[in-house]
Design a protein around this ligand. Structure first.
Ligand SMILES: NC(=O)C1=CN([C@@H]2O[C@H](COP(=O)(O)OP(=O)(O)OC[C@H]3O[C@@H](n4cnc5c(N)ncnc54)[C@H](O)[C@@H]3O)[C@@H](O)[C@H]2O)C=CC1
Ligand SMILES: CC(=O)[C@](C)(O)C(=O)O
Ligand SMILES: [Mg+2]
Ligand SMILES: [Mg+2]
Length: 349
Protein backbone atom coordinates (compact mmCIF):
# COMPACT_ATOMS: atom_id res chain seq x y z
CA UNK A 1 0.00 0.00 0.00
CA UNK A 2 1.33 3.42 -0.90
CA UNK A 3 1.35 6.24 1.63
CA UNK A 4 0.79 9.44 -0.27
CA UNK A 5 0.83 13.04 0.82
CA UNK A 6 -2.51 14.79 0.30
CA UNK A 7 -1.99 18.44 1.02
CA UNK A 8 0.25 17.69 3.96
CA UNK A 9 -1.73 14.71 5.32
CA UNK A 10 -0.52 11.15 4.71
CA UNK A 11 -3.10 8.63 3.54
CA UNK A 12 -3.09 5.00 2.45
CA UNK A 13 -3.86 4.47 -1.21
CA UNK A 14 -3.90 1.39 -3.40
CA UNK A 15 -2.57 2.16 -6.87
CA UNK A 16 -2.81 0.09 -10.00
CA UNK A 17 0.95 -0.33 -10.01
CA UNK A 18 0.83 -1.98 -6.63
CA UNK A 19 -2.24 -4.04 -7.45
CA UNK A 20 -2.38 -4.63 -11.20
CA UNK A 21 -5.31 -6.28 -12.92
CA UNK A 22 -3.42 -9.58 -13.20
CA UNK A 23 -3.23 -9.73 -9.42
CA UNK A 24 -6.95 -9.02 -9.12
CA UNK A 25 -7.69 -11.80 -11.61
CA UNK A 26 -5.51 -14.18 -9.59
CA UNK A 27 -7.25 -13.32 -6.30
CA UNK A 28 -10.71 -13.72 -7.84
CA UNK A 29 -10.03 -16.73 -10.06
CA UNK A 30 -12.05 -19.18 -7.96
CA UNK A 31 -14.83 -16.75 -7.09
CA UNK A 32 -18.22 -16.22 -8.67
CA UNK A 33 -19.09 -12.56 -8.35
CA UNK A 34 -22.88 -12.11 -8.29
CA UNK A 35 -23.99 -8.58 -9.09
CA UNK A 36 -27.49 -8.20 -7.62
CA UNK A 37 -29.39 -5.34 -9.26
CA UNK A 38 -28.85 -3.88 -12.68
CA UNK A 39 -29.74 -0.20 -12.29
CA UNK A 40 -26.90 2.33 -12.52
CA UNK A 41 -23.92 0.81 -10.65
CA UNK A 42 -24.91 -2.77 -11.57
CA UNK A 43 -24.20 -2.50 -15.32
CA UNK A 44 -21.06 -0.41 -14.88
CA UNK A 45 -19.51 -2.76 -12.36
CA UNK A 46 -20.70 -6.01 -13.97
CA UNK A 47 -19.55 -5.07 -17.48
CA UNK A 48 -16.18 -3.76 -16.32
CA UNK A 49 -15.60 -6.96 -14.35
CA UNK A 50 -16.63 -9.10 -17.28
CA UNK A 51 -14.30 -7.20 -19.61
CA UNK A 52 -11.56 -7.58 -17.01
CA UNK A 53 -11.88 -11.35 -17.16
CA UNK A 54 -13.67 -11.88 -13.86
CA UNK A 55 -16.27 -14.62 -13.46
CA UNK A 56 -19.31 -12.41 -13.01
CA UNK A 57 -23.02 -13.20 -13.06
CA UNK A 58 -26.01 -10.88 -12.77
CA UNK A 59 -29.05 -11.42 -10.56
CA UNK A 60 -32.14 -9.53 -11.59
CA UNK A 61 -35.91 -9.89 -11.56
CA UNK A 62 -37.17 -11.59 -14.70
CA UNK A 63 -39.68 -9.69 -16.85
CA UNK A 64 -38.18 -6.35 -15.89
CA UNK A 65 -36.69 -3.68 -18.12
CA UNK A 66 -33.31 -4.20 -16.53
CA UNK A 67 -33.43 -7.95 -17.19
CA UNK A 68 -33.80 -7.10 -20.87
CA UNK A 69 -31.01 -4.56 -20.58
CA UNK A 70 -28.71 -7.20 -19.11
CA UNK A 71 -29.47 -9.45 -22.09
CA UNK A 72 -28.82 -6.58 -24.49
CA UNK A 73 -25.49 -6.07 -22.71
CA UNK A 74 -24.53 -9.66 -23.45
CA UNK A 75 -25.48 -11.51 -20.25
CA UNK A 76 -27.04 -14.87 -21.06
CA UNK A 77 -30.03 -16.24 -19.12
CA UNK A 78 -29.12 -19.50 -17.40
CA UNK A 79 -25.41 -18.89 -17.92
CA UNK A 80 -24.51 -15.45 -16.63
CA UNK A 81 -27.95 -13.98 -15.89
CA UNK A 82 -30.26 -15.43 -13.23
CA UNK A 83 -33.23 -14.68 -11.05
CA UNK A 84 -32.02 -12.97 -7.88
CA UNK A 85 -32.27 -16.03 -5.63
CA UNK A 86 -30.37 -18.24 -7.99
CA UNK A 87 -27.60 -15.66 -8.39
CA UNK A 88 -27.42 -15.36 -4.60
CA UNK A 89 -27.08 -19.11 -4.37
CA UNK A 90 -24.33 -19.30 -7.02
CA UNK A 91 -22.34 -16.26 -5.96
CA UNK A 92 -19.39 -16.50 -3.57
CA UNK A 93 -19.16 -12.73 -3.54
CA UNK A 94 -22.50 -10.92 -3.43
CA UNK A 95 -22.39 -7.38 -4.80
CA UNK A 96 -25.49 -5.85 -3.29
CA UNK A 97 -26.36 -3.17 -5.82
CA UNK A 98 -30.04 -2.55 -5.35
CA UNK A 99 -31.00 0.98 -4.39
CA UNK A 100 -30.25 1.55 -0.70
CA UNK A 101 -33.94 1.47 0.21
CA UNK A 102 -34.67 -1.64 -1.87
CA UNK A 103 -31.85 -3.45 -0.05
CA UNK A 104 -34.02 -3.49 3.07
CA UNK A 105 -36.83 -5.51 1.50
CA UNK A 106 -34.56 -8.10 -0.07
CA UNK A 107 -32.27 -8.44 2.94
CA UNK A 108 -33.90 -11.55 4.51
CA UNK A 109 -33.43 -13.35 1.18
CA UNK A 110 -29.83 -12.23 0.82
CA UNK A 111 -29.03 -13.19 4.40
CA UNK A 112 -30.31 -16.71 3.83
CA UNK A 113 -27.70 -17.23 1.13
CA UNK A 114 -24.77 -15.74 3.02
CA UNK A 115 -23.16 -19.00 4.02
CA UNK A 116 -19.79 -19.24 5.75
CA UNK A 117 -16.87 -17.81 3.82
CA UNK A 118 -18.90 -15.85 1.28
CA UNK A 119 -18.47 -12.11 0.98
CA UNK A 120 -21.04 -9.35 1.05
CA UNK A 121 -20.03 -6.32 -0.99
CA UNK A 122 -21.67 -2.90 -0.98
CA UNK A 123 -20.99 0.28 -2.92
CA UNK A 124 -22.12 2.44 -0.05
CA UNK A 125 -21.80 2.49 3.73
CA UNK A 126 -25.53 3.16 4.03
CA UNK A 127 -27.08 -0.23 4.87
CA UNK A 128 -24.53 -1.15 7.54
CA UNK A 129 -24.04 2.28 9.14
CA UNK A 130 -27.75 2.98 9.46
CA UNK A 131 -28.59 -0.61 10.42
CA UNK A 132 -31.11 0.56 13.00
CA UNK A 133 -33.10 1.89 10.06
CA UNK A 134 -32.25 -0.84 7.53
CA UNK A 135 -32.08 -3.97 9.68
CA UNK A 136 -29.02 -5.08 7.67
CA UNK A 137 -26.90 -7.06 10.12
CA UNK A 138 -24.73 -9.66 8.37
CA UNK A 139 -23.83 -13.01 9.88
CA UNK A 140 -20.43 -13.10 11.60
CA UNK A 141 -18.82 -15.72 9.35
CA UNK A 142 -18.86 -13.75 6.08
CA UNK A 143 -16.60 -10.95 4.86
CA UNK A 144 -18.30 -7.57 4.58
CA UNK A 145 -16.71 -4.72 2.67
CA UNK A 146 -17.37 -1.93 0.23
CA UNK A 147 -15.98 -0.39 -2.90
CA UNK A 148 -17.70 2.92 -3.57
CA UNK A 149 -16.92 4.41 -6.96
CA UNK A 150 -16.90 8.17 -6.53
CA UNK A 151 -19.13 8.90 -9.46
CA UNK A 152 -22.06 7.60 -11.47
CA UNK A 153 -22.03 4.00 -12.69
CA UNK A 154 -22.50 5.51 -16.14
CA UNK A 155 -19.20 7.37 -15.79
CA UNK A 156 -17.52 4.27 -14.34
CA UNK A 157 -18.32 2.39 -17.55
CA UNK A 158 -17.58 5.25 -19.93
CA UNK A 159 -14.23 5.99 -18.35
CA UNK A 160 -13.30 2.31 -18.38
CA UNK A 161 -14.01 2.15 -22.12
CA UNK A 162 -11.81 5.22 -22.60
CA UNK A 163 -8.99 3.51 -20.74
CA UNK A 164 -9.41 5.80 -17.78
CA UNK A 165 -10.53 4.99 -14.22
CA UNK A 166 -12.78 6.57 -11.64
CA UNK A 167 -11.40 6.74 -8.12
CA UNK A 168 -13.17 4.67 -5.47
CA UNK A 169 -13.03 4.37 -1.73
CA UNK A 170 -12.88 0.99 -0.04
CA UNK A 171 -13.57 -0.19 3.48
CA UNK A 172 -13.68 -3.44 5.41
CA UNK A 173 -16.42 -3.89 7.98
CA UNK A 174 -15.84 -7.54 8.77
CA UNK A 175 -12.96 -9.87 7.91
CA UNK A 176 -14.18 -13.39 8.62
CA UNK A 177 -11.93 -15.27 6.20
CA UNK A 178 -8.68 -13.39 6.71
CA UNK A 179 -8.88 -12.60 2.98
CA UNK A 180 -11.20 -9.60 3.08
CA UNK A 181 -8.51 -7.12 2.15
CA UNK A 182 -7.24 -8.90 -0.94
CA UNK A 183 -10.80 -9.66 -1.99
CA UNK A 184 -12.01 -6.08 -1.68
CA UNK A 185 -8.99 -4.53 -3.34
CA UNK A 186 -9.16 -7.05 -6.18
CA UNK A 187 -12.83 -6.17 -6.69
CA UNK A 188 -12.03 -2.48 -6.61
CA UNK A 189 -9.52 -2.90 -9.42
CA UNK A 190 -11.83 -5.28 -11.30
CA UNK A 191 -14.78 -2.87 -11.34
CA UNK A 192 -12.58 -0.26 -13.01
CA UNK A 193 -11.30 1.96 -10.23
CA UNK A 194 -8.36 4.15 -11.09
CA UNK A 195 -7.07 4.02 -7.54
CA UNK A 196 -8.57 3.13 -4.17
CA UNK A 197 -8.47 5.19 -1.03
CA UNK A 198 -9.11 3.81 2.42
CA UNK A 199 -12.10 4.67 4.57
CA UNK A 200 -14.65 3.02 6.86
CA UNK A 201 -18.38 2.51 6.34
CA UNK A 202 -19.45 5.44 8.46
CA UNK A 203 -17.06 7.95 6.95
CA UNK A 204 -17.96 6.77 3.45
CA UNK A 205 -21.67 7.28 3.92
CA UNK A 206 -21.43 10.53 5.86
CA UNK A 207 -19.15 12.13 3.27
CA UNK A 208 -21.11 10.71 0.34
CA UNK A 209 -24.51 11.90 1.56
CA UNK A 210 -23.01 15.31 2.33
CA UNK A 211 -21.30 15.59 -1.05
CA UNK A 212 -24.31 14.66 -3.17
CA UNK A 213 -26.62 16.97 -1.21
CA UNK A 214 -23.91 19.60 -1.23
CA UNK A 215 -21.54 20.78 -3.91
CA UNK A 216 -21.91 17.78 -6.21
CA UNK A 217 -25.64 18.02 -6.78
CA UNK A 218 -27.83 19.99 -4.36
CA UNK A 219 -25.78 23.09 -3.63
CA UNK A 220 -24.68 23.47 -7.24
CA UNK A 221 -28.26 23.58 -8.49
CA UNK A 222 -29.14 26.01 -5.67
CA UNK A 223 -26.34 28.40 -6.48
CA UNK A 224 -27.07 28.19 -10.21
CA UNK A 225 -30.74 28.98 -9.59
CA UNK A 226 -29.93 31.93 -7.33
CA UNK A 227 -27.53 33.61 -9.75
CA UNK A 228 -29.73 32.91 -12.78
CA UNK A 229 -32.72 34.50 -11.08
CA UNK A 230 -30.83 37.63 -10.08
CA UNK A 231 -29.62 38.10 -13.65
CA UNK A 232 -33.12 37.58 -15.01
CA UNK A 233 -34.66 39.95 -12.47
CA UNK A 234 -32.14 42.58 -13.54
CA UNK A 235 -33.26 42.30 -17.14
CA UNK A 236 -30.72 39.90 -18.67
CA UNK A 237 -31.98 37.50 -21.30
CA UNK A 238 -32.28 33.75 -20.61
CA UNK A 239 -29.38 32.91 -22.92
CA UNK A 240 -27.14 35.48 -21.29
CA UNK A 241 -28.11 34.36 -17.81
CA UNK A 242 -27.63 30.68 -18.66
CA UNK A 243 -24.31 31.21 -20.37
CA UNK A 244 -22.90 33.21 -17.47
CA UNK A 245 -24.21 30.73 -14.90
CA UNK A 246 -23.81 27.24 -16.35
CA UNK A 247 -22.53 26.91 -19.89
CA UNK A 248 -19.26 28.75 -19.43
CA UNK A 249 -18.64 26.83 -16.23
CA UNK A 250 -19.16 23.33 -17.63
CA UNK A 251 -17.68 23.91 -21.08
CA UNK A 252 -14.80 26.23 -20.49
CA UNK A 253 -13.81 26.68 -16.87
CA UNK A 254 -14.44 23.35 -15.07
CA UNK A 255 -12.26 21.40 -17.50
CA UNK A 256 -9.42 23.73 -16.51
CA UNK A 257 -10.14 23.14 -12.81
CA UNK A 258 -10.24 19.38 -13.43
CA UNK A 259 -6.94 19.54 -15.26
CA UNK A 260 -4.86 21.57 -12.85
CA UNK A 261 -6.78 23.12 -9.99
CA UNK A 262 -8.59 26.35 -9.21
CA UNK A 263 -5.53 28.63 -9.32
CA UNK A 264 -4.81 27.34 -12.82
CA UNK A 265 -8.33 28.17 -13.97
CA UNK A 266 -8.05 31.62 -12.37
CA UNK A 267 -4.64 32.11 -14.00
CA UNK A 268 -6.26 31.55 -17.39
CA UNK A 269 -8.91 34.19 -16.85
CA UNK A 270 -8.59 37.95 -17.04
CA UNK A 271 -6.99 40.00 -14.30
CA UNK A 272 -10.42 41.59 -13.89
CA UNK A 273 -12.03 38.20 -13.26
CA UNK A 274 -9.19 37.11 -10.99
CA UNK A 275 -9.52 40.18 -8.77
CA UNK A 276 -13.27 39.73 -8.44
CA UNK A 277 -13.17 35.98 -7.82
CA UNK A 278 -10.43 36.30 -5.21
CA UNK A 279 -12.41 39.03 -3.45
CA UNK A 280 -15.75 37.22 -3.50
CA UNK A 281 -15.10 33.52 -2.89
CA UNK A 282 -14.76 33.85 0.87
CA UNK A 283 -18.07 35.66 1.10
CA UNK A 284 -19.75 32.71 -0.61
CA UNK A 285 -17.88 30.29 1.66
CA UNK A 286 -19.06 32.12 4.77
CA UNK A 287 -22.63 32.44 3.53
CA UNK A 288 -22.96 28.72 2.75
CA UNK A 289 -20.91 27.27 5.59
CA UNK A 290 -23.85 27.26 8.06
CA UNK A 291 -25.96 25.37 5.54
CA UNK A 292 -23.24 22.76 5.09
CA UNK A 293 -22.99 22.35 8.87
CA UNK A 294 -26.74 21.87 9.08
CA UNK A 295 -26.53 19.35 6.26
CA UNK A 296 -23.79 17.33 7.97
CA UNK A 297 -25.82 17.20 11.18
CA UNK A 298 -28.84 16.02 9.27
CA UNK A 299 -26.73 13.20 7.80
CA UNK A 300 -25.10 12.28 11.11
CA UNK A 301 -28.37 12.09 13.03
CA UNK A 302 -29.83 9.70 10.46
CA UNK A 303 -32.43 12.16 9.24
CA UNK A 304 -31.23 12.06 5.63
CA UNK A 305 -31.04 8.27 5.46
CA UNK A 306 -34.53 7.93 6.97
CA UNK A 307 -35.94 10.44 4.51
CA UNK A 308 -34.35 8.60 1.63
CA UNK A 309 -35.70 5.24 2.82
CA UNK A 310 -39.19 6.65 3.38
CA UNK A 311 -39.45 8.32 0.02
CA UNK A 312 -37.84 5.51 -1.98
CA UNK A 313 -40.10 2.89 -0.35
CA UNK A 314 -43.34 4.43 -1.60
CA UNK A 315 -45.30 2.66 -4.30
CA UNK A 316 -45.45 5.74 -6.50
CA UNK A 317 -41.82 6.65 -5.88
CA UNK A 318 -40.95 6.66 -9.61
CA UNK A 319 -43.86 8.87 -10.62
CA UNK A 320 -43.13 11.40 -7.90
CA UNK A 321 -39.43 11.48 -8.74
CA UNK A 322 -40.18 11.92 -12.43
CA UNK A 323 -42.51 14.82 -11.62
CA UNK A 324 -39.79 16.57 -9.61
CA UNK A 325 -37.20 16.02 -12.32
CA UNK A 326 -39.69 17.32 -14.87
CA UNK A 327 -40.12 20.49 -12.85
CA UNK A 328 -36.36 21.07 -12.97
CA UNK A 329 -36.17 20.22 -16.65
CA UNK A 330 -39.04 22.55 -17.51
CA UNK A 331 -37.75 25.49 -15.50
CA UNK A 332 -36.77 28.41 -17.66
CA UNK A 333 -33.09 28.03 -16.78
CA UNK A 334 -32.82 24.42 -17.96
CA UNK A 335 -35.05 25.03 -20.97
CA UNK A 336 -32.69 27.83 -21.93
CA UNK A 337 -29.90 25.30 -21.39
CA UNK A 338 -31.51 22.89 -23.79
CA UNK A 339 -31.44 25.47 -26.56
CA UNK A 340 -27.90 26.49 -25.68
CA UNK A 341 -26.72 22.85 -25.83
CA UNK A 342 -28.34 22.38 -29.21
CA UNK A 343 -26.24 25.26 -30.52
CA UNK A 344 -22.92 23.67 -29.60
CA UNK A 345 -21.25 22.95 -32.94
CA UNK A 346 -20.67 19.31 -32.00
CA UNK A 347 -24.43 18.93 -31.46
CA UNK A 348 -25.36 20.29 -34.87
CA UNK A 349 -25.67 17.91 -37.76
N1 LIG B 1 -26.11 5.47 -8.95
C1 LIG B 1 -24.78 5.52 -8.81
O1 LIG B 1 -24.04 5.79 -9.74
C2 LIG B 1 -24.14 5.24 -7.48
C3 LIG B 1 -24.71 4.34 -6.59
N2 LIG B 1 -24.02 3.94 -5.48
C4 LIG B 1 -24.59 2.94 -4.61
O2 LIG B 1 -24.73 1.73 -5.35
C5 LIG B 1 -25.88 1.02 -4.91
C6 LIG B 1 -26.81 0.77 -6.08
O3 LIG B 1 -27.32 2.02 -6.50
P1 LIG B 1 -27.95 2.27 -7.96
O4 LIG B 1 -27.15 1.56 -8.98
O5 LIG B 1 -28.13 3.74 -8.07
O6 LIG B 1 -29.37 1.55 -7.77
P2 LIG B 1 -30.69 1.74 -8.65
O7 LIG B 1 -31.59 2.71 -7.99
O8 LIG B 1 -30.30 1.99 -10.04
O9 LIG B 1 -31.38 0.30 -8.49
C7 LIG B 1 -30.68 -0.90 -8.81
C8 LIG B 1 -31.59 -2.05 -9.13
O10 LIG B 1 -32.47 -2.34 -8.06
C9 LIG B 1 -33.61 -2.96 -8.63
N3 LIG B 1 -34.66 -2.97 -7.60
C10 LIG B 1 -35.27 -1.89 -7.07
N4 LIG B 1 -36.15 -2.32 -6.12
C11 LIG B 1 -36.03 -3.67 -6.06
C12 LIG B 1 -36.63 -4.70 -5.27
N5 LIG B 1 -37.52 -4.40 -4.32
N6 LIG B 1 -36.27 -5.98 -5.50
C13 LIG B 1 -35.38 -6.29 -6.43
N7 LIG B 1 -34.77 -5.37 -7.21
C14 LIG B 1 -35.10 -4.08 -7.02
C15 LIG B 1 -33.88 -2.15 -9.85
O11 LIG B 1 -34.58 -2.90 -10.79
C16 LIG B 1 -32.46 -1.88 -10.36
O12 LIG B 1 -32.07 -2.87 -11.26
C17 LIG B 1 -26.49 1.87 -3.79
O13 LIG B 1 -25.95 1.42 -2.58
C18 LIG B 1 -26.00 3.26 -4.11
O14 LIG B 1 -25.94 4.14 -3.02
C19 LIG B 1 -22.76 4.38 -5.23
C20 LIG B 1 -22.15 5.28 -6.07
C21 LIG B 1 -22.85 5.85 -7.18
C1 LIG C 1 -22.69 9.24 -8.09
C2 LIG C 1 -22.46 9.20 -6.64
O1 LIG C 1 -21.37 8.90 -6.18
C3 LIG C 1 -23.55 9.64 -5.76
C4 LIG C 1 -23.85 11.03 -6.21
O2 LIG C 1 -23.08 9.67 -4.45
C5 LIG C 1 -24.77 8.76 -5.87
O3 LIG C 1 -25.27 8.53 -6.98
O4 LIG C 1 -25.25 8.30 -4.83
MG1 LIG D 1 -21.04 9.09 -4.21
MG1 LIG E 1 -24.27 8.56 -3.07
Amino acid sequence: MAKLNFGGVEENVVTREEFPLAKAQEVLKNETVAVIGYGVQGPGQALNQRDNGINVIVGQRKNSKTWDKAIADGFVPGETLFEIEEALERGTIICYLLSDAAQIALWPTVKKHLTKGKALYFSHGFGITFNEQTGIIPPADVDVFLVAPKGSGTSLRRMFLQGRGLNSSYAIFQDATGKARERVVALGIAVGSGYLFETDFKREVYSDLTGERGTLMGAIQGIFAAQYQVLRDKGHTPSEAFNETVEELTQSLMPLVAENGMDWMYANCSTTAQRGALDWWKKFRDATSPVFKELYESVATGKESQRSIDSNSQEDYREKLDAELKELRESEMWQAGKTVRSLRPENQK
